[in-house]
Design a protein around this ligand. Structure first.
Ligand code: NAD
Length: 680
């Protein structure tokens, strides 16, 4: 049979004159390839075709899209699965299909360029050879644990077979992506080549068939039952320091499956599929799938415009401006950075180097990043930039001066933006002849770690300018959340409730340990006082002056007492905690568990009350957007699906009563609010 003549919707087959069959995936009308049911069905037919082709000398799986190889299974299809047995049977079929690929008598090569995730990685693990390009965006991962499941197409079994128990399990448990060099180092790919050499390298592997690596004796020893049990308990200990089994059961299941049956025997595949079948119906999995859909919703902002920033000019090289500059330079944008303080500029350059070293690793990429960052004390970059972002100290008069100068020198089509946390956009823009050009692009601290950026629409902001800002946020691989201009916007206003409860408790004599333990018990990555130290107590004060109505006086008293002593938090090595080598020194005393539980509820009510007020004030107009803000902007635990999603799991009547007591208002006031009606 001539394979070249067969046509498929998603795949294209081309047999060259060396009888190498190039099987390219290019799912139509999408930017990324996914392994949907339809794609897999066609693949099953292709495998039959290959088996029947006696001339074919080898097969290369490759992507027809320049963006990447395969982004994984289709998450929408996974989310729609309700019947565990149907899911298990689907996974078993795909496992059989991948095993058939693995068992082909001719060499099979995966030529990987761009992202290769989830099901895509499971497919390449079933190939005989893997070659990856050394491009920056080539990433290989099995990120299923982030969705509350684990690989189900044989990936968790084959990862251990190929990499050995330690590297293989870590690869699955962490769900983190590795670049091509790391993949080579792990033994996940056989070769790393430039994109232009990818096809040539794939053909070389088919024609020369280098020896396929067999499991080493060390790895074989790790497969012995009692060694598995021993290693399993070590894996669990390490995991327990990061996540709890009742909150994130999937990685624990990965360990149990391996401890129980290992990775060598065929039954490991059945165990893997059944385990995913069970996990699919857990609340954690459902919530994490919901979080995935929230992320997709945020990514929809700004898709109507095609706006790419080549050059950003940033004014202010402090904590935020410096880190934003570093992040943008790493993401490939030319940055001019303006600050009257040479020290601030020097520190920003040093931080950029550290970030580039950490994220990019290779010298030529680090050097290119540093070449893109240009300290510009005189502000010459204003005249050339596509986007000018002000991140100077939080002072209205100073920002007025800065924006007058920006408007006088910027290009007519440049977008003007501010990173202010607490000043109104209309107030800042009042000195502009064209206030419609001004938009808020509000980053969170620390910039490199926080995925969310609020795009703030002032009452004058042009719709198109807000869309450009959202598009820029996506360009630098962050999630844009469009919010209306109101004190504290969305996330800080909600976090304000968390701080207010903490300061109240502190003032009532509660210990720092109890307060922060309560925050962590709620699932937050940091207790409220640790968080205040991280943000900076001066910044918290500036925010609180605009935000916290009735609780403002108390918060300000607490914060001023610290600030007057020069204790501004982590940046001065002293705030609520003392910091040694950047780490807070904690008391050895154990927090009273009863007190922690009571305070946890107060912190939750503080957050919830503020979130509902934000909905009442229409800062955003949907529960989903509030939840996205809480997860990606303040680290509300993803396994709960978002603050309001979590609230909805509680008894409606009791919650209304609790909130009424918390706000000291009649229950009818809660129940008649528009936010309450939206929630239920
Ligand atoms: P910062 O004090 O660390 O840095 C401010 C920088 O502005 C300093 O380096 C200072 O030298 C510089 N500066 C002063 N006058 C200037 C001028 N005329 N031109 C250019 N630069 C000038 O402050 P920060 O924490 O980086 O905050 C900056 C902005 O970002 C503020 O508007 C703040 O509200 C906002 N913000 C802060 C955080 C946070 O957590 N720190 C988070 C989000 C937004």
């Amino acid at each position: 049979m001539n394979t070249a003549t067969k046509s498929y919707k998603n795949w294209s087959l081309q047999e060259d004159d060396r009888h190498i069959l190039w099987v390219a995936l290019d799912v139509p009308h999408t930017t990324a390839n996914t392994l949907s049911f339809a794609v897999l069905q066609e693949l099953a037919d292709i495998v039959e075709t290959i088996k029947a082709n006696t001339q074919c000398r080898g097969v290369v799986f490759i992507s027809g899209k320049s963006s990447g190889f395969i982004a994984g299974a289709d998450v929408k299809e996974i989310a729609a699965v309700e019947d565990a047995n149907a899911a298990i049977s689907h996974m078993r079929q795909v496992q059989t299909l991948f095993s058939q690929i693995e068992a082909l008598s001719i060499p099979v090569v995966a030529a990987i360029h761009g992202f290769c995730l989830g099901g895509g990685t499971e497919l390449v693990l079933a190939c005989h050879y893997r070659i990856a390009t050394n491009e920056r965006h080539t990433t290989i991962a099995l990120p299923e644990v982030k969705l509350g499941i684990h690989p189900g197409f044989g990936g968790s079994v084959r990862a251990v077979r190929l990499l050995g128990a330690i590297a293989g399990m870590n690869f699955v448990l962490e769900g983190r992506g590795v670049d091509a060099q790391q993949a080579k180092h792990l033994g996940l790919v056989d070769d790393v080549v430039p994109l232009r050499e990818l096809r040539r390298a794939a053909a070389y592997y088919i024609e020369h068939q280098p020896k396929v690596k067999k499991m080493s004796w060390v790895h074989k020893i790790m497969e012995i039952s009692f060694v598995r049990h021993l290693l399993g308990s070590l894996f669990k200990k390490k995991l327990a320091a990061k996540v709890k089994i009742d909150q994130y059961p999937a990685p624990y299941a990965v360990i149990d499956n391996w401890v129980n049956v290992g990775a060598v025997e065929e039954k490991a595949f059945a165990v893997e599929a059944e385990s995913v079948g069970r996990l699919l119906s857990t609340t954690t999995c459902r919530n994490l799938l919901h979080v995935f859909s929230l992320q997709e919703k945020l990514k929809a902002a700004g898709k109507e415009v095609d706006f790419k920033v080549q050059h950003i000019h940033i004014i202010g090289a402090g904590v935020m401006g410096g880190d934003i500059a570093a992040w943008c330079a790493v993401q490939g944008i030319k940055v001019t950075l303006q600050d009257p303080s040479a020290e601030a500029l020097g520190s920003a350059v040093a931080r950029t180097y550290e970030l580039a070293k950490r994220l990019l690793k290779q010298n030529h990429l680090i050097q290119a990043t540093m070449d893109r960052l240009c300290p510009d004390a005189a502000g010459d970059g204003i005249a050339y930039a596509d986007l000018i972002l002000e991140a100077a100290v939080e002072n209205l008069a100073l920002k007025h001066d800065i924006f007058k100068k920006i408007e006088a020198h910027a290009r007519m089509d440049a977008v003007l933006a501010t990173n202010t946390s607490s000043l109104g956009l209309a107030d800042i823009g009042s000195v502009l002849a064209q206030p419609q050009r001004l938009v808020g692009i509000h980053f969170f601290n620390p910039v490199a770690r926080m995925p969310l950026v609020e795009v703030v629409r002032g009452k004058h902001t042009d719709k198109m300018i807000a869309a450009y800002a959202a598009s820029f946020v996506k360009q630098i691989k962050k999630l844009p959340l469009l919010v209306e201009d109101a004190p504290g916007f969305l996330v800080n206003q909600i976090v304000g409730g968390y701080f207010a409860e903490a300061f109240k408790a502190l003032n009532a004599g509660e210990s720092i340990e109890v307060i922060d333990a309560a925050g962590r018990r709620l699932g937050m990555p940091m207790g409220p006082l640790e968080l205040a130290d991280q943000v900076g107590l001066d910044v918290c004060l500036a925010v609180s002056e605009h935000l916290i109505g009735k609780e403002a006086a108390l918060a300000q008293t607490v914060l001023r007492a610290k600030i007057d002593k020069g204790e501004l938090g982590r940046k001065t090595q002293k705030g609520f905690y003392v910091y040694v080598k950047g780490k807070p020194v904690r008391s050895k005393e154990k927090a009273d568990p009863q007190k922690v539980i009571v305070l946890e509820r107060q912190l939750f009510l503080g957050l919830l009350s503020r979130a509902l007020l934000c909905l009442d004030e229409a800062i955003v107009n949907s529960i989903d957007l509030v939840d996205a803000g809480t997860i990606f902007g303040m680290g509300f635990p993803p396994f709960q699906g978002g603050l309001l999603h979590y609230a909805k799991t509680m008894d409606k009547q009791n919650l209304a009563k609790e909130l009424a007591v918390y706000r000291n208002v009649p229950i009818q006031e809660i129940e008649s609010s528009s936010a309450w009606k939206l929630l239920w």
